[in-house]
Design a protein around this ligand. Structure first.
Ligand SMILES: [Zn+2]
Length: 52
């Protein structure tokens, strides 16, 4: 049992986009090495964030 209402949303550390410097709040992973950063929409590697 869990009352984790945020299951499914990944919480990323506050980090700026490597391409446009916009603070990223969410990364939607679309593949093993690809993701879409939000809110800026740049294509970034999820590994970039996991390594922060
Ligand atoms: Zn960006």
């Amino acid at each position: 049992m869990s009352d984790d209402l945020e299951a499914g949303n990944q919480a990323w550390p506050f980090v700026n986009c490597p391409y446009c410097s916009t603070p990223i709040s969410i990364v939607t992973v679309i593949g093993p090495t690809d993701g879409i950063a939000a809110p800026c929409g740049c294509r970034v590697s999820p590994a970039f964030f996991e390594d922060v």
